[in-house]
Design a protein around this ligand. Structure first.
Ligand SMILES: [Zn+2]
Length: 217
């Protein structure tokens, strides 16, 4: 064993804290005028800690340490998401409704979205007994869809890439807003009545969040 191998133990002993989290993850500490400490694992795996100005470093590390298993879980999730995102090759392939095809000489995500998304939305609305006045397809970096008080349904064009069961969740979610314009327990009950496994789909959809940032042509 090398001499310095015990340094970590010594450090932990001397500072009175256990090991925190794997160091390949960047830890960013931001002090500001706030009252509590919060920890967030960002999409790139950075662990962001927000703390009050007066909070000592020791206290911050103790807090981070007390949350280490939660942090590790979040990091594992972001790693998985990154791995999933990197499995997509938009140069070679096209992705339509969850399937992979070799990229043809001519292909347009816009046209494909315009051709199929209205039909799918219409079909689901009929099945649910919901209605909307107009369907708008656009690109948003933030959301998969929305439903306005004027009954306008908006779907993100990039929805055309999603597997059908996730697209179905997005559309059903938005259409349920025609009955309940919020995310109250009542709203989720309505969603569940149409889609008993919506929680699983909602969770899986998070893996596809990277698609929101892509401007697919
Ligand atoms: Zn919603």
């Amino acid at each position: 064993m090398r001499k310095y191998a015990s340094m970590q133990n010594r450090f932990e002993k001397e500072t009175g804290i256990d090991i925190i989290i794997r160091m390949e993850n960047k830890i960013l500490i931001k002090k500001s005028k706030r009252k509590t400490i919060s920890i967030q694992v960002l999409d790139d795996g950075t662990v962001q800690v927000k703390a009050p100005l007066r909070c000592s470093d020791k206290n911050i590390w103790q807090f981070v340490n007390s949350k280490s298993s939660w942090i590790q879980k979040q990091i594992d999730k972001t790693n998985k998401k990154q791995l999933f995102a990197s499995s997509f090759n938009f140069e070679k392939n096209i992705y339509v409704l969850g399937k992979i095809y070799l990229k043809p000489a001519k292909f347009s995500y816009n046209k494909t979205a315009q051709l199929y998304l209205p039909k799918i939305a219409d079909d689901i609305a009929n099945r649910l007994g919901c209605s909307y006045k107009e369907l708008k397809l656009k690109h948003s970096k933030r959301i998969w869809g929305s439903f306005s008080s004027t009954k306008q349904l908006m779907l993100n064009k990039n929805c055309i890439v999603l597997p059908l069961e996730l697209l179905e969740y997005v559309i059903i979610h938005e259409l349920c807003h025609s009955k309940e314009m919020n995310h109250s327990p009542k709203f989720w009950q309505i969603v569940e009545s149409h889609l008993p496994d919506y929680k699983k789909r909602k969770e899986t959809l998070k893996n596809y969040a990277f698609l929101l940032n892509l401007k697919l042509q």
